[in-house]
Design a protein around this ligand. Structure first.
Ligand SMILES: C[S@@+](CC[C@H](N)C(=O)[O-])C[C@H]1O[C@@H](n2cnc3c(N)ncnc32)[C@H](O)[C@@H]1O
Length: 245
């Protein structure tokens, strides 16, 4: 068994971070079954504890950390655009890896929600579909990025086909943004919900990049349809592609 310390969950109760041990939340008035399931999943999830122990703002940070450890995306001094940044876990990992604290590299992010500041990064509150916000982000990075990374996800409705289409629309917007700013050889990493509608976008990615891989970091829940697409070696915008207005 893994040797994990006992620690406190968001609910304040003690738990051990080992997978397989399941703490239960007592049935209480005012707590829906799905909220109870969410809390139980959080307190029994070793990655929640790991993210907290590393000082990350989100469990999602571990996904980028694991992807970067394995595929070696981020390098000191690079320029990175992070789409769907809140609460800021990917910004933290990226900042560390490009050396932002030491004044190296450039990092800009955007989210519909507030994000606490990250030293030396520009973080906008707004919608990636808003032309003015997009122009502001692009101006900050001088029109060029080595990486566009996107963990954007729409609020889930519980209706899987709807959730798939909404998140695929965000993937499309992220890819459109990437093709506007990536330097030749640059890369694009994005969350993608499998379900069918993403296939046309994958074709476009294969035309625009040397390599397109599907990856699933360990921290991405196995029961989730979430995967990440990793595109490397930007070749340029395919001739037939028309940018979204
Ligand atoms: C899974 S969270 C991102 C977690 C983040 N990568 C981290 O490590 O903390 C997805 C985010 O996408 C954002 N989002 C969804 N639609 C968006 C849009 N149109 N423009 C900007 N952000 C968006 C949501 O507000 C949400 O905060």
């Amino acid at each position: 068994m893994t040797d994990r310390k006992e620690t406190k969950g968001t609910s304040g109760r003690s738990y051990r971070g080992d997978a397989g041990l399941t703490s239960k939340v007592k049935k209480k008035r005012g707590l829906t079954a799905s909220s109870r399931r969410w809390i139980e999943r959080q307190i029994n999830d070793p990655y929640v504890a790991e993210a907290r122990s590393k000082g990350y703002r989100s469990r999602a940070a571990l996904k980028l950390e694991q992807i970067d450890d394995k595929h070696k995306l981020l390098k000191t001094g690079q320029t990175v655009l992070d789409l769907g940044s809140a609460p800021g876990g990917w910004l933290q990992v990226t900042s560390n890896r490009i050396g932002l604290d030491e004044g190296k590299g450039k990092l800009a992010g955007i989210d519909l929600l507030d994000v606490d500041p990250i030293t030396n990064a520009l973080i906008l509150k707004g919608d990636i579909n808003d032309d003015e916000k997009l122009a502001e982000l692009i101006a900050y990075i001088g029109g060029k990025a080595d990486w566009v990374i996107s963990d954007m996800a729409a609020d889930t409705t519980g209706h899987r086909p709807t959730d798939h289409l909404r998140t695929t629309a965000l993937l499309e917007m992220a890819l459109d943004t990437a093709m506007r700013v990536l330097v030749p050889g640059g890369g694009f990493l994005s969350k993608c919900f499998q379900g069918g509608a993403e296939i046309e976008l994958l074709t476009l990615m294969r035309q625009a990049f040397d390599q397109v891989k599907h990856i699933k970091p360990d921290a991405s829940r196995s029961e989730s349809v979430e995967i990440y697409v990793l595109c490397t070696g930007f070749k340029g915008v395919p001739e037939h592609y028309l940018f979204a207005d």
